[in-house]
Design a protein around this ligand. Structure first.
Ligand code: ADP
Length: 288
């Protein structure tokens, strides 16, 4: 019924540069944009755009009130986004003419969450709800445990990848989302291939090659849609948010993956992150 997303909120500061700056170099950028980002925020917006009710559990600084307001304007429930003393998480992103990038990430308020506020946010949540988290906030272990104790279905998107972070919650998960590189890194760390992980549903996304769904010893492959990709930022986050919203609506996994594949194919045709995630009505009409 509701997706509770313990997740990051970042301010993305994107600078277009002729080349990535070297040590000691000062470089003028040719353009600048400021947008809403962070894997958590992206997934909250994606699940809301896909028609779900999503409660975002997170923190910002007083420089990020606009980000909270924007999440609210997109339909995300923001009552459990706290304004902390730390600055809002932010990413300084330099993109050169060859589309190569370099990123400085300041976690800021995303690391200021407390177990108590997660407990309060989960208030009346129960077995018909989904808990989601990723690796850009603190208190993931506490959040997963609280959600599991209350009987929620627990989903984890293992990005940015850190073997220790996944291993800390692995045996509590019902759903795990990995991209191809993350799946490989997890296999190296645990010795377990996706089909052998102790998680009921594992989805490994393969970019333009689609995804694989591992379930009960079986693996099903799904193709991606052919589109002209201009920016793959947020593809995985859009995919995850759409899959969970579809499951929440009672679709089965192949139906959920079909919808999510269409949403993320549309997403890679546009520049930007949370602000450009396509809405359900558009995704349903999209038959590439
Ligand atoms: P991440 O962004 O987490 O690395 P992927 O790149 O694997 O995730 O992309 C997630 C999903 O987005 C894929 O499974 C696919 O459905 C869709 N997707 C990604 N890139 C493309 C592309 N170039 N063309 C069509 N669909 C894409």
């Amino acid at each position: 019924m509701t997706i509770y997303n313990l997740g990051s909120i970042n301010i993305d500061l994107v600078y277009r540069v002729p080349h990535l700056p070297g040590p000691g170099e000062t470089l003028a950028s040719t353009s600048f944009s400021k947008g809403l980002g962070g894997k958590g925020a992206n997934m909250s917006v994606a699940s809301t755009r896909a028609g779900a009710t999503c409660v975002h559990i997170g923190a910002i600084g007083d420089d990020g009130i606009w980000a909270k307001d924007r999440l609210q304007s997109y339909g995300v429930e923001t009552a459990f986004i706290r304004v902390s003393d730390l600055a809002t998480g932010n990413a300084i992103i330099a993109v050169d003419d060859a589309a190569e990038n370099s990123i400085i990430l300041y976690p800021g308020a995303n690391q200021a969450l407390t177990e108590d506020e997660i407990l309060v946010a989960l208030g009346t949540a129960g077995a018909s709800d989904i808990f989601l988290t990723q690796n850009e906030t603190n208190a993931q272990v506490e959040g997963v445990k609280l959600a599991k104790d209350k009987g929620l279905r627990v989903a984890y998107a293992a990005a940015p990848f850190e073997a220790k972070a996944v291993e800390a919650v692995l045996d509590q998960l019902d759903l795990l989302f990995l991209n191809e590189v993350e799946a490989q890194q997890l296999q190296e760390a645990t010795g377990l291939s996706p089909e052998n992980l102790p998680v009921l549903d594992v989805i490994v996304t393969l970019g333009a090659r689609g995804c694989r769904w591992y379930h009960g010893g079986q693996v099903l492959e799904f193709d991606a849609h052919r589109v002209e990709a201009v920016d793959t930022t947020g593809a995985g986050d859009t995919f995850t948010g759409y899959v969970l919203a579809a499951l929440d609506r009672g679709m089965n996994m192949p139906e959920a993956i079909d919808l999510a594949s269409r949403a993320s194919a549309l997403m890679v045709t546009r520049l930007g992150a949370a602000d450009v995630i396509p809405p359900l009505a558009e995704v349903e009409k999209f038959h590439p």
